[in-house]
Design a protein around this ligand. Structure first.
Ligand SMILES: Nc1ncnc2c1ncn2[C@@H]1O[C@H](COP(=O)(O)OP(=O)(O)O)[C@@H](O)[C@H]1O
Ligand SMILES: [Mg+2]
Length: 306
């Protein structure tokens, strides 16, 4: 059976990085004999017509068929993701796993139910937008439990850009003022892993590629934050933790970041939309190739055929 799929991206986030991902995935799919067309989330409107889910597409949209065999979701538009699933089209990753991974508070909370070693974390209490921020009530508890230094991570963030190192009380207060009503977590630093981590790409129940990232100048090892990459041969324990973490959040494709703990690997985060280029440039491995082959192997039994 030859497959036909869509890759969905965000029509308001057309950066080189994201378009590179879309083209890379399409090209790889073509090489594996799977046709994939790209569609922006703002060209495919979630429509509920006569009480039924359907798509509204712009006139003349060139999609060969209006119903693909599968969709690869390279965005975080959860309403659209759920809609596609609701229409019975196999979606990679699932909307639930994208939702969990998109929000670090939710992600750590789910992982904590699955016996995954992770840094001690406190989820900041909800603040309603527009109300004055009165942090003092919970700060004493955070300081008692975690102390300084600590790390603050905004719930929604990537490339290390919304992850902050906090040395003392005045830095903490300045950060809380800056964050306003945003969601975030407090986290204990893993001191044996400052400036270094490993990224393991999981496809299905396998680790298909891995690299180590190290920054000389920053506690964050992200490539975007200046981290240098080198190929890495993960231990069985590291591979096992990566696969278990991806499964815990329900992600069939995942970029799992692990820290080097004193007594073994510690989960840093699970990304449901890991990028493809830096892992390829580091290891020569095309993760998209594994992804497309995985889709090919599971869609026939999962798909609702037209
Ligand atoms: N608890 C921690 N201890 C030490 N380093 C950390 C910790 N959490 C994150 N880091 C570093 O910061 C980087 C970015 O954090 P991460 O949670 O992966 O956010 P992002 O989604 O922005 O990549 C990680 O790759 C790691 O190098
Ligand atoms: Mg990360």
């Amino acid at each position: 059976m030859s497959l036909y799929g869509w890759i969905i991206y965000n029509g308001n986030l057309i950066t080189d990085k994201f378009m590179d991902y879309v083209q890379w995935f399409q090209k790889t799919a073509e090489d594996v004999g799977v046709e994939v067309e790209h569609v922006a989330n703002n060209e495919l409107l979630v429509s509920l017509m006569n009480g039924k889910p359907t798509f509204t597409m712009k006139d003349g949209i060139s999609l060969k068929e209006k119903r693909p065999d599968f969709v690869h979701f390279a965005d975080k538009d959860l309403h659209l993701a759920r809609h596609i699933e609701g229409m019975g089209i196999p979606l990679f990753n699932s909307s639930r796993s994208i939702e969990i991974c998109d929000n670090k508070s939710y992600m750590y909370q789910v992982l904590s139910l699955h016996n995954i070693p992770m840094p001690n974390t406190i989820i900041a209490p909800k603040i309603y937008e527009g109300l004055p921020v009165k942090n003092s009530a919970h700060l004493e508890l955070v300081k008692k439990q975690l102390g300084f230094p600590l790390i603050i991570k905004e719930a929604f963030g990537s490339f290390g850009q919304q992850v902050y190192w906090i040395n003392n009380e005045s830095e903490l207060e300045a950060m809380l003022t800056k964050l306003g009503g945003k969601e975030f977590v407090y986290q204990a630093p893993v001191t044996t892993s400052i400036g270094t981590d490993i990224r393991l790409n999981v496809v299905g129940d396998k680790v298909v590629a891995a690299m180590k990232r190290t920054s000389e100048t920053d506690f964050r090892a992200n490539v975007t934050a200046g981290g240098k990459t080198m190929p890495y041969e993960p231990t069985e324990e590291e591979k096992g933790l990566a696969v278990r973490s991806a499964k815990a959040v329900g992600a069939e494709f995942a970029g799992v970041d692990l820290l080097f703990g004193e007594n073994g690997p510690i989960l840093c985060e699970v990304n449901s939309n890991p990028h493809l280029r830096s892992i390829y440039e580091c290891t020569g491995l095309n993760v998209a190739d594994y992804m497309v082959r995985y889709i090919k192997s599971v869609v026939p039994e999962r798909g609702v055929r037209k």
